[in-house]
Design a protein around this ligand. Structure first.
Ligand code: DON
Length: 578
């Protein structure tokens, strides 16, 4: 490969290896590890492990705690994906993605001329799908946990009832999102202090949320989907102009899906299947890059960045063409993650020139049946801290990678009256207008992802577990919408191919390309002028953004069981072990 790039190599020798972004600390432990976006939630997970809970019990407790302590993304009013790999090797993904209400229509965000109505898919009741979080957590606990809802809800109820000191980060985030929160009186009354901002260190108590959590602890998840919480929710929705009915809640199901499995240089990569696009795109890019990059290549060399970008461009083009809720659309998943298909895609990567996204010609995946040797399983681009990923591993080696969200920070901005939790704005992840980018992430998507009653919007969330020698080796994931895929891919390349240790793999500068817009986004301030010039010389349209993802990961030494936890320093999370 290096020979192919001789001319570029001579150029790149001038380029210093960029210093990594602030290197996060690595927590070490033997008995269990939780890496989450917020400290009290990470500690809630450790508390449950100490009480004898397994990784799933701890993960469910972390999710409930984040719904209290990290309201920008932690939630009861949203949805997500929980990837579980048990110590005996069984792996499942619990899909608790939101669904469109039965009254939703493909053109519900368009005006009479067929134009997207600004903010309709992101603000207010119409922007929300039926929340799946509680159904997912309940299912995970019943099938794979050992404790009761009552037990794992305990830390969250305490945090909501007694309050917790607002961190610098939360104080800043509440301030930055005050406009969203002020639009809804209920949100304003919770997240602003008599109209003023919370100061770091002040206690934030959430009495309504505590009461809702207690009702769930006492009566179970039924209370949320077929009980008095449902009635209050639907009532509030009617008042607010939403579409939700009791039947939408009664019909909601979290689904156990087979995760996708691929291989990369001898590692097995277990990851999220549709309705996430993440696993398909991750395996597709890893497959394209496997023979293209060598361990001795430098992750900072322009030609490495170029090749990874070209792989991302192709995988995102396929995302746009094919991916959607598998219960509503035929998706050629096995073909897309087939190594033969990747080889065909790779053939039109030009090592010396950036492709032009609008002219990209990709092979037809349907020409590639997946090879039996492959164990394939079944631009409003601003950064905010929406979505949260946490990873948990227990002493036995059971592992959970969970990413869940209310979409952008504080979701639709609406707190359901009297219930104390924020509502998602996940409807914007659908194809809100055919052929046009969606509002929050600038993603162009196909008709396969258009709005239909009961359908799940296409996601990019990619909780992932890497297995080495039959044992869990890495557990990781990220927020960031489509940037999740780029962040995951790059960290896996750094760790699995370039042999960085986990902290360095996460700290290294990252970049993102999503086919359209045809722009290569580099993390601001982390790339040298020479690298940027080299990328531009290759034909890339370079732009900058603050961060690409926030990886919260655990590495497990398969031979000793030792655990290493790393929370990405980009936003600052917490790794706690025991
Ligand atoms: O499911 C998705 O892909 C998006 N709703 C996730 C949103 C997200 O990650 C926002 N984070 N910055």
């Amino acid at each position: 490969m290096r020979r192919l790039f001789a001319f570029l190599l001579s150029f790149s020798l001038l380029v210093p290896v960029p210093t990594a972004a602030q290197a996060p600390e690595t927590a070490r432990a033997q008995q269990g590890m939780v890496v989450a976006d917020e400290l009290f939630a990470a500690e809630a997970g450790i508390e449950i492990l100490r009480q004898g809970g397994n990784a799933v019990d701890a993960a469910v407790a972390v999710a409930f705690a984040l719904a209290v302590t990290h309201p920008a993304a932690g939630n009861l009013g949203g949805g997500g994906f929980m990837l579980i790999r048990l110590a005996d090797g069984r792996a499942v993904m619990i899909d608790y993605r939101e669904t469109a209400p039965a009254a939703a229509r493909w053109d519900m965000f368009l005006d009479q001329e067929g134009n997207l109505v600004p903010e309709r898919s992101t603000q207010g009741w119409l922007a929300a799908g039926v929340p799946g979080t509680l159904a997912g957590l309940d299912l995970a606990l019943r099938e794979y946990g050992t404790m009761t809802l009552n037990q794992v809800l305990e830390p969250a109820i305490r945090l909501a009832d007694d309050g917790f000191p607002v961190s610098d980060r939360l104080a800043r985030s509440l301030q930055e999102n005050a406009e969203t929160l002020r639009r809804d009186p209920e949100s304003e009354s919770i997240f602003l202090h008599d109209g003023l901002f919370y100061e770091p260190g002040e206690l934030l108590k959430q009495k309504h949320l505590a009461r809702t959590l207690r009702r769930i602890a006492q009566k179970g998840a039924r209370e949320f989907y077929q009980g008095s919480i449902t009635r209050e929710f639907v009532e509030a929705s009617k008042k607010g102009g939403g579409l939700f009915t009791l039947a939408d809640f009664r019909n909601y199901r979290a689904v156990v899906r087979q995760p996708l499995r691929g291989t990369f240089h001898g590692y097995q990569v277990i990851t999220a299947p549709p309705p996430s696009s993440g696993g398909v795109a991750l395996l597709e890019t890893l497959n394209m890059l496997e023979p293209l990059l060598a361990p001795e290549d430098l992750p900072s060399e322009p030609q490495t960045l170029h090749l990874v970008t070209e792989a991302l461009r192709r995988a995102f083009a396929d995302r746009a063409r094919y991916l959607a809720d598998p219960d509503f659309a035929e998706i050629p998943v096995a073909a897309l993650v087939d190594k033969g298909y990747a080889a065909a895609c790779r053939r039109n990567i030009d090592p010396a020139h950036a492709s032009v996204s609008t002219e990209l010609k990709l092979p037809n995946p349907l020409d590639f049946s997946h090879s039996p040797s492959e164990p394939a399983g079944a631009a409003a681009l601003h950064e905010s801290e929406n979505t949260t990923h946490f990873s948990v591993v227990d002493a036995e080696g059971n592992a959970v990678a969970n990413t869940y969200t209310i979409n952008n920070s504080y979701g639709s901005g609406i707190t359901v009256d009297g219930l104390g939790f924020l509502l998602n704005n996940e409807m914007d992840d659908f194809t809100t207008k055919p052929g046009e980018p969606n509002r929050l992430f600038g993603l162009v998507q196909s008709d396969a992802n258009q709005i239909e009653p009961g359908k799940r919007p296409l996601s990019s969330m990619t909780p992932t577990i890497v297995v080495r020698d039959g044992e869990t080796f890495l557990v990781l994931g990220s927020p960031g919408g489509p940037r999740i895929i780029s962040a995951l891919l790059e960290v896996l390349l750094h760790r699995l191919l370039f042999s960085d240790d986990l902290a360095l793999a996460i700290a290294r500068p990252r970049f993102h390309h999503q086919w359209l817009p045809d722009t290569l986004f580099l993390e601001e301030g982390l790339y040298t002028g020479e690298q940027i010039a080299a990328l531009r010389a290759l034909g890339h349209q370079v732009d900058f953004r603050e961060t690409v993802g926030q990886i919260n990961a655990i590495e497990r030494d398969p031979s000793t069981g030792e655990l290493y936890g790393v929370a990405d320093a980009r936003r600052g999370g917490a790794a706690r072990g025991r």
